[in-house]
Ligand binder design. Sequence first.
Ligand code: GLN
Length: 260
Amino acid sequence: MKKFTKLLACVLTAAVMVTAVGCGGNTETTENTETTENTETAGEIVMATNAEFPPYEFREGGEIVGIDVEIAQAIAEKLGYTLKIEDMAFDSIIPAIQSGKADMGLAGMTVTEDRLVNVNFSDSYVTAYQAIIVKADNTDITGPDSLTGKKIGVQLGTTGDIYSSDIEGATVERYSKGFEAVQALEQGKIDAVIIDVEPAKEFAKDNANIKVLDTPFTEEEYAIAIAKDNEELLNSVNEVLKELKESGKFDEIKAKYISE
Ligand code: GLN
């Protein structure tokens, strides 16, 4: 959390005047103490993300945009920081938070028991689910129950990856980007992709080769990952999230990226 803690610089000027008084060896000491509080500019707050997850974070004209980016921006503004975004592999986000390389992880990240061992999570801001994508002409896979023994593509280290590993007899192919899993599906290398619902819809949009099944695979909650030892930021983030929800700003942000 290199930049979050405000530095309070104290300048202590002590002018010590020693005056010898008289000839009797009497000494008078005067201390002149001046304290200046220097509240330096708050600096940056660093968001770790993986910009391969539309509509939450993706690249548009060289810039990283999306729902999570706007939430992080609002948090930074409310707390008086400049937002800096670090784009990295999804499975590098939690280590980046733990090592202090980043202050908060926003990546459509699901709260799981395993992740809670390493980081804290803010209050949840989205309820999502894992969706199943298949080829448009597939009639064999109709929902979670028909995935037994299939070849499933996922993004490495995501909940799609974790849950797919529990499907009986299934082979799990792990890709570094969700989009690469979708490409493998189109090329017939795998039978289905399990990925979060909104990216699934984004990938299937304008793509007649694939379809998103209606039956959800699992339900989950997205939250912001923060270092275990940074309760202060956790509390501030929760306050801002509450404000964003109550003011309607959060719905506004979502509506900008998700059309129902
Ligand atoms: N919600 C999923 C997870 O937390 C996927 C997130 C992502 O790929 N950015 O694992």
